[in-house]
Design a protein around this ligand. Structure first.
Ligand code: SF4
Length: 112
């Protein structure tokens, strides 16, 4: 292999690594509806299997789940998306639905 081949191979590998590194972000953005459409998403049904599994409720203050921490709700969860202040917002765990900002589920994790 001559020097030109080596440089060409290095450039290819660097480019391939950059593409591979950006794939998760691209896939995530492709699967996520635009913010302008978030308000049009349906509310997460309480009988949704994943919602039930995670003990989702629309009013966090009514949670009796053992992991519930007073003051925690969807609005201060790291998985919430969309604009602050909206009553219903998308959640990364429930694609295609809006969750109540005042809601809660057992996957709650404090927003950084
Ligand atoms: S993951 Fe967070 S934002 Fe999503 S439903 Fe559960 S508490 Fe709410």
């Amino acid at each position: 292999m001559n020097r030109s081949d080596s440089q060409s191979r290095r450039r290819f590998l660097v480019g391939a690594a950059a593409v591979a590194a950006s794939l998760p972000m691209v896939i995530r953005e492709l699967g996520r509806p635009a913010l302008a459409q978030d308000k049009d998403l349906p509310k997460l049904p309480l009988d949704n299997a994943q919602a039930k599994a995670l003990a989702y409720i629309e009013d966090a203050s009514k949670s009796t789940h053992p992991n519930f921490k007073p003051g925690s709700n969807c609005a201060n969860c790291q998985f919430i998306q969309g604009p602050d202040g909206a009553a219903w917002r998308p959640c990364q765990l429930f694609p295609g639905y809006n969750v109540a900002s005042d809601g809660w589920c057992s996957a709650w994790a404090k927003k950084a």
